[in-house]
Design a binder for this molecule. Structure first.
Ligand SMILES: CC(C)(COP(=O)(O)OP(=O)(O)OC[C@H]1O[C@@H](n2cnc3c(N)ncnc32)[C@H](O)[C@@H]1OP(=O)(O)O)[C@@H](O)C(=O)NCCC(=O)NCCS
Length: 190
């Protein structure tokens, strides 16, 4: 039997070791999860399969994808915090757009149904901000979006501003450009 005195000394050392071990285990797990996620991200950027393989890989990384979506070539979706990005049915990301929702803290980016983001656009959410691109909206190519985009609105520029109302949204089954363009109702500048 251990004397009471020895037990008193041994217990704090044992607890400290246990805590250290838990911290190390957590760090190792975090490291491997991060590395695995980055490999999945890299694959998703180049492998073909905009409506199947890429969404599958992003789901594995933690991106919340509901229904069928389109993810173009070289799309960059949050490397460090994929779980803060959410995409709904028929949301589309054109090639090379970037979604970032962290900067010394995390925010959230939500793309609602039929939200369409043009090539090279950058969507940025600040910490604690939930940035939503609402249903049927379109972000013009090369825009920088930092604020919510109202439903069925075409926004463009840096920072992105409303340009037109969208009456014919872009859909995954292939709305033609002509139909989309005919459906735009310009927003009068004040
Ligand atoms: C949004 C988009 C569809 C508009 O095309 P469009 O209707 O032919 O554009 P227009 O040249 O008639 O411009 C309409 C207005 O929007 C503005 N605009 C168009 N594109 C813009 C852009 N990328 N950024 C900022 N403003 C833009 C124009 O300045 C114009 O404004 P004005 O009426 O005050 O002059 C087009 O710019 C775009 O982003 N295409 C996406 C291409 C893409 O990502 N392809 C990948 C497919 S997977």
């Amino acid at each position: 039997m251990m004397s009471d005195e020895r037990q008193c000394k041994f217990l704090p050392v044992f607890t400290q070791q246990l805590i250290k071990l838990r911290i190390i285990k957590k760090m190792v797990k975090h490291f491997f999860r991060g590395a695995f996620n980055r490999i999945l991200h890299l694959l998703a950027r180049f492998i073909p399969g905009a409506t199947n393989i890429r969404p599958f890989l992003h789901r594995l990384r933690g991106v919340k994808i509901h229904g069928k979506v389109f993810i173009g070539d070289e799309v960059y979706i949050e490397n460090s915090h994929p779980e803060v990005i959410e995409m709904y049915e028929e949301a589309e990301l054109a090639p090379r757009c970037t979604l970032i929702a962290h900067f010394r803290g995390t925010g959230k980016i939500i793309l609602k149904q039929k939200a369409w983001v043009g090539t090279g656009a950058i969507i940025i959410a600040s910490p604690n901000q939930t940035l939503t691109i609402e249903e049927g909206s379109v972000v013009a190519a090369g825009s920088v979006v930092t604020k919510n985009v109202p439903p069925f609105t075409l926004v463009g520029g840096s920072p992105a501003k409303p340009i037109a109302n969208v009456t014919v949204p872009m859909t995954l089954d292939g709305t033609s450009f002509e139909d989309f363009k005919k459906g735009l109702v310009p927003i009068k500048k004040k």
